[in-house]
Design a protein around this ligand. Structure first.
Ligand code: NAD
Length: 275
């Protein structure tokens, strides 16, 4: 399909919109993934901790799309950090997913108190050499954690998946990632649904004849971000992908920029998280 992609520092390209499946069971993940692939999505975002990798694999097998045409991301859970345990965790994820490679393997959180993310990154580099992960990256690596990986290994992550939505726009991290040659990917791009009844966003959506979800997803796309909205409802899955037939005006963008808030973060700060 003809959707936009962004290109990593390793030469691989990722479709800008993916389907997120956090909190979906195996069964709902399977139907959501099949619906998304049927609707034109070619990118799925799961994680070992979501406990639905088997369902994602089932959905991929059910859909009429070749494995080679799907961009599949999974993530290493914090408790599996460390060199050998990372290699084992990848094999277990691949078995559940029913595939012999992922397009992108991410360290899910720095989990810095464990003191293991550099060894974990060395294992990710090995997995890329072995072809089990085409690209490797990180998630929730805020502050200077990425600089530590680069300093210790010389290998720059392809991408950093961080919390990013109109209430928490992450300008400093976006700039830092860009400077390092790291693509920024937005998790909880819709603010976990909290933004969908925002009156200012509703007014923008009305001007375009679009939904608030579509306006927010379009905002991520226009910023050059990779965006992984979650839905298990087929009509919303279709809706969230129908964002390539309009563009935000300067006025729209200024209004969305004004929603940014220093305390807009939902959940834990990766710099102080204890999991
Ligand atoms: P989100 O911001 O994508 O919001 C999802 C919620 O919005 C859904 O549960 C649904 O209720 C609602 N929604 C979606 N589309 C809608 C529509 N068109 N109309 C009305 N309501 C709609 O939240 P999320 O699931 O937290 O984030 C998306 C994905 O990001 C996750 O599924 C996961 O893949 C990833 N993620 C990663 C991390 C991380 O630490 N790396 C953390 C959280 C989420």
């Amino acid at each position: 399909s003809t959707q936009p992609h962004v290109t990593f520092n390793d030469g691989h390209a990722i479709p800008q919109i993916g389907l997120g499946v956090w909190k979906a069971t195996d069964e709902t993940a399977a139907t959501a993934v099949a619906a998304a692939l049927g609707a034109g999505y070619r990118h799925i975002d799961t994680a070992a901790i979501y406990e639905n990798e088997s369902g994602v694999g089932t959905g991929m097998a059910q859909a009429d799309v070749a494995r080679a045409d799907i961009f599949l991301t999974t993530k290493l859970w914090n408790e599996a950090q460390g060199f050998d345990s990372t290699l084992r965790a990848m094999d277990e994820s691949l078995k559940r997913l029913g595939t012999d490679y992922v397009d992108l393997y991410l360290i899910h959180w720095p989990s810095a108190f464990r003191g293991k993310f550099v060894d974990t990154w060395k294992a990710m580099i090995r997995l890329r050499e072995e072809g089990k992960a085409r690209s490797i990256g990180v998630s929730n690596f805020e502050g200077d954690y990425i600089d530590q990986l680069i300093a210790e290994t010389g290998v720059t992550p392809a991408i950093n998946q961080i919390q990013l939505h109109p209430l928490f726009q992450q300008a400093a991290m976006r700039e830092k990632n860009a400077k390092l040659g790291v693509i920024t990917e937005s998790w909880s791009p819709l603010g976990q649904g909290k933004l969908l009844d925002h009156p200012g966003l509703a007014a923008i959506a009305a001007r375009h004849g679009k939904s608030v979800a579509q306006v927010i997803i379009r905002w991520h796309i226009e910023l050059g971000l990779v965006v992984i909205p979650k839905s298990v409802t087929p009509s919303r899955i279709v809706e969230n992908f129908a964002v390539f037939d309009f563009a935000l005006s300067d006025q729209d963008k200024a209004q969305i920029a004004a929603l940014d808030s220093a305390d807009g973060r939902i959940g834990s700060d990766p710099l102080t998280a204890t999991f």
